[in-house]
Design a protein around this ligand. Structure first.
Ligand SMILES: Nc1ncnc2c1ncn2[C@@H]1O[C@H](COP(=O)(O)OP(=O)(O)OP(=O)(O)O)[C@@H](O)[C@H]1O
Ligand SMILES: O=C(O)[C@H](O)COP(=O)(O)O
Length: 394
């Protein structure tokens, strides 16, 4: 990465404004998945050990510029205290006099968490006044919030214009792993693209078609491709206006010598429910009033085989409706194939695929599980992430 990192600066005794992505799932006032908090620990611990006064900032949810009580970061501060094994002071604002007072009382190595930065309308508007107000709190800016790096907001981009600005370890690792995969991949390089909609993955498929040896398609978006091949798809997900695009992707793959893999059999159901009647049919035999909700056993075998022969696999988007056990087998099979393939470097592109490998207990068998959903998607589309661009060059 050509950006400075925390290793390139002296933080001892300095106030460091460190943007993290603590946008974690919560239920009944408790953090239900602390993956993103744990992922930021190396940077927080490093800064603290180097004698910085660590001022953490994050968003949680989409409160739209207003205070939403359930989106306060108190529970996050509690969980962070437990993980760090030290007290984390939490302020009820993200800037202003109360915050300045709390910071003035910090000792070297202390950690403080500001309130949800999205409680202020200026955050998402990238208001320079808010960015300056954040910058006034600190001497140095560290961005470790890879998950929010695709957002040009006051705490992710604006603030970087007013302070020395460097990347944290998580940011560095995400950019290096995903960047290396896209610029200098080990081959055979396979991308597995699933999820609900073609619309959301157009940019990713376009960008990856120039880079991969194998492209595997699954999930709800596969059926627009199946339709484009001329098969009936019953009530399966279809984006009528993307059929031509799907055709053009398949043609482009052929021209570029990319092996394009699609489901050869599927699990169809007579209802979108876990208790629906279901059966396995070949891809050209989907009954008219049934819908395909998962890839079938022959497809799982085929995909497993391609994965096992790959040196690098990037996976984004589930193969079926994995939230329902009845249609989770396809997604599970892909996760298991990645877990079993010892010579294959596996990169999980965040979002639902990360949730899936976590659900199946296979997350620690993957080489890299990205903490970014939208951010990793935009990165895989080849877009520049504003939160990274704004950091100081090496
Ligand atoms: N055959 C299918 N029919 C209907 N829905 C499906 C099918 N296969 C997968 N899905 C649904 O697609 C959803 C995930 O798609 P989506 O594109 O939102 O996520 P994603 O690809 O993981 O993206 P991100 O990484 O940005 O979260 C899941 O909720 C899953 O149930
Ligand atoms: O969960 C995420 O993908 C990030 O925290 C960004 O959240 P956002 O989509 O609300 O900007």
């Amino acid at each position: 990465m050509n950006k400075k990192t925390v290793r390139d600066i002296d933080v001892k005794g300095k106030r460091v404004f460190c943007r993290v992505d603590f946008n974690v799932p919560m239920q009944d006032g408790k953090v239900t998945d602390d993956t993103r908090i744990r992922a930021a620990l190396p940077t927080i611990q490093y800064l603290s050990e180097q004698g910085a006064k660590v001022i953490l900032a994050s968003h949680l949810g989409r409160p739209k510029g207003k205070v939403v009580e359930e989106m306060r970061l108190n529970a996050v501060a509690e969980r962070l205290s437990e993980l760090l094994g030290k007290n984390v002071v939490k302020t009820d604002e993200a800037y202003g006099d109360e915050v300045k007072k709390a910071i003035a009382q910090m000792n070297e190595g202390d950690v403080l968490l500001l309130e949800n930065v999205r409680f202020y309308p200026g955050e998402e508007k990238n208001d320079p006044e808010l960015a300056k107000a954040f910058a006034e709190l600190a001497d140095i800016y560290v961005n470790d919030a890879f998950g929010a790096a695709h957002r040009a907001h006051a705490s992710t981009e604006g603030i970087a214009h007013y302070l020395p600005a460097v990347a944290g370890f998580l940011m560095e690792k995400e950019i290096e792993v995903l960047g290396k995969a896209l610029s200098n991949p080990e081959r055979p390089f396979t991308a597995i693209i699933g999820g609900a909609k073609v619309k959301d993955k157009i940019g990713v498929i376009e960008n990856l078609l120039d880079k991969v040896d194998n492209l595997i398609i699954g999930g709800g978006l596969a059926y627009t491709f199946v339709k484009a091949l001329g098969h009936e798809i019953g009530k399966s997900l279809l984006e009528e206006d993307k059929i031509e695009l799907a055709k053009s992707f398949m043609e482009k793959a052929k021209e570029k010598g990319v092996n394009f893999y699609m489901p050869v059999d599927v699990v169809v159901a007579d209802d979108f429910s876990n208790d629906a009647n279901k059966k396995v049919v070949d891809i050209d035999a989907i009954p008219s009033d049934w819908e395909a909700l998962d890839i079938g056993p022959k497809t799982r075998e085929l995909y497993r085989d391609v994965i096992s022969k790959s040196k690098l696999v990037i996976w984004n988007g589930p193969m079926g409706v994995f939230e329902m056990d009845a249609f989770a087998e396809g997604t599970k099979a892909v996760a298991q194939a990645l877990a079993d393939a010892n010579d294959t470097y596996s990169v999980i592109g965040g979002g639902d695929s990360a949730a899936a490998v976590e659900k199946f207990g296979l997350a620690d068998k993957m080489d890299h599980v990205s903490t970014g959903g939208g951010a990793s998607l935009e990165f895989m589309e080849g877009k520049q992430l504003p939160g990274v661009v704004a950091l100081n060059d090496k």
